[in-house]
Design a protein around this ligand. Structure first.
Ligand code: GDP
Ligand code: MG
Length: 295
């Protein structure tokens, strides 16, 4: 990797409340789906890295879990992830859903202790309301913190994203490429496979099930004809096992089918997906379990 004096690079952390559109925004900026997104809050649990490279420039986006007041160990680990991202970042994008714009005080508290970082206010989901409402929301939030810039976007339909990209580029300073230029993210395939199963689980199950589950890839065999994947779905309580499996295994079959389709499209190969449900009593509350499952 060349490191010329003209090369510029930097880290951009994407933070905000759950469901603000952080992961959608990052995927759209990269032109690739790197981070899973659903209509449910707290879909993202890890720091997901997305890399945008040009000949003389590299921007590393850090997608993060939504900022909440953590109430169990898994959520505490998620908030540590947010904290790491904002410390690593040169630029911070605070993503605010214009229709749900109450910014938690802990975000401003976080900002007030930071130096030498550009902090931009990004008003998202502008497709959902009037210009007037967008301006009013921006004004109210600007009253609470002195942002370096404010931009209006729709991560869903792409409006304003080119301008956001240009603004980020203007603020990226000289630095080496940190990753190979053809790399889009740093996690291995099995990480994305686990995330894709989790995404389908978020889409197909309700209430506490998505929040009580995690995916453990037990085996990943790349065979000539197909990839064999064995994955455990870890749940928090015995009673959740039955719900996950469903009557006569109907629910888990549906999950397996939709997850397999998404994974096949991702690895561009046939996939055999073997899913098993395991109970780990209160894994979410247990620091060593939370760490063991990769959080
Ligand atoms: P995150 O929790 O902040 O990562 O939010 P996601 O990216 O998972 O998005 C949450 C939901 O908001 C999803 O259903 C998205 O499709 C939706 N969403 C994200 N951006 C926009 C937007 O600009 N406009 C509209 N209408 N919906 C959006
Ligand atoms: Mg997300």
């Amino acid at each position: 990797m060349e490191n010329t004096p003209e090369h510029r690079s930097g880290y951009v952390a994407i933070i905000g409340k759950p469901n603000a559109g952080k992961s959608t925004l990052m995927n759209r900026m990269l032109g690739n789906k790197v981070s899973i997104t659903t209509h449910k809050p707290q879909t993202t649990r890890h720091q997901i890295l997305g890399i945008h490279s040009e000949e003389d420039l590299q921007i590393i986006f850090l997608d993060t879990p939504g900022v909440i007041d953590p109430s169990y160990e898994l959520q505490k680990a998620m908030m540590k992830t947010v904290d790491r991202a904002r410390r690593d970042a040169d630029i911070i994008l605070l993503i605010v859903d214009v229709t749900d714009y109450n910014v938690p005080g802990r975000i401003f508290k976080m900002f007030s202790s930071m130096k030498n970082k550009e902090i931009f206010l990004i008003i998202n989901k502008i497709d959902k309301t009037s210009d007037q409402q967008c301006q009013a929301v921006a004004k109210e939030i600007q009253g609470k913190f002195d942002f370096d810039d404010t931009l209006f976007v729709s991560a869903l339909n792409g409006e304003g994203l080119q301008q956001l990209m240009d603004t980020i580029k203007e603020n990226i300073t000289s630095g080496p490429p940190f990753y190979p230029k053809d790399m889009l993210s740093e996690q291995p395939v099995r990480f994305f496979v686990a995330e894709m199963i989790r995404e389908q689980l978020f889409l197909l199950y309700h209430q506490e099930i998505p929040y009580s589950s995690t995916i453990d890839i037990v085996q990943y065999d790349e065979r000539d004809d197909l990839d064999y994947i064995s994955a455990d779905i870890i749940v928090n309580r015995e009673s959740q096992k039955g719900i996950l499996i469903g009557k006569g295994g109907k629910a888990i079959k549906k999950l397996g089918k939709s997850a397999r389709e998404v994974i096949q499209a991702f690895v561009d190969k046939k996939v055999y997906l073997d899913l098993h449900v395991k109970v780990r009593e209160k894994w979410r509350e247990n620091p060593s379990h939370v760490r063991h499952y990769g959080y």
